[in-house]
Structures are given as structure tokens and as C-alpha cells.
Design a protein around this ligand. Sequence first.
Ligand SMILES: [Cu+2]
Length: 148
Amino acid sequence: MKLIIRLLVVMALLPIHLVVNASATDQILFSHTWVKMPMPGMQMSAGYVDIENTSSNDIKIIAVRTPFSKMAELHDMVMVNKVMQMRHASDGWVIAAGTSLSLAPGGKHVMLMGVKPLESNQSETILEFNIEGLGWVAVPAALKVSMP
Ligand SMILES: [Cu+2]
């Protein structure tokens, strides 16, 4: 009986959590979202976005996924022996309250590996970001040859 009551309480709380999630993600703004058109025959590319955290809480981006490629990762650029290298940001990216994070060529990016064949005249895709504690947010991304 105790278990059943607990389950009922959890079920009753669920809708409340969903409402909280929706309002929190309203305060996280994604803009200038684009994916670099892969070179012919290449299966790697990158995605970029500006993320603004207008909420009063720090947030953490912990993962990315997309229907555009088989694999997607958050990547940092680091200097190793005077050579820029990219690294999987396996701890994610913290965006402090009231600050923003810009992904751009030469810097942080969404690494896309195993790019799937494009549809004819395809001009956009979707990047989905997982925000710790809030869940996945789907963001439309324009397909571009170079930075718009
Ligand atoms: Cu990369």
C-alpha cells in the first residue's frame, strides 16, 4: 500500500515538473544556429549556435544529438604544442546565469560524424541539446556553406 501511494505521489508531481521545465527553457535562448554543409564525399561536419542563459540559474549543456549524423559531440578547441586540437567536452559546458556561450568556427563546436545523405534541396536540420535537469531542446539549424 505504501508503494502504491508513493507511485501516485510521483505521478501527481510529474506534470508540475514538466511545467517547470518548459518555463526554464523559455529563459535559455538559442540563436544563429547553423550546420556547415559537408564537403562532397565527406561524412564530418560541425554545427554552431549562440546560447544565452537569461535565467537566474547556471545551466549545463551535457550532450547533443541530431538526425543529421550518426554521432554528435560537444567539442572544445585546445592548444597542444602550439597546435590547435579539438577535444570532446565530456564534462559538458556550464553557462552561468546571465551569460552566453557562442559556438563558432575555430572554437567550440558541435562535432558531427557519420553525416547521413542529404535530401535534395535540404536547407535545414535540427540540433538537439540536452540541458542537465531540463532535458532535450530541439533547435532548427540552417544548412550553410560558410558562417552566415
Ligand atoms: Cu570537433
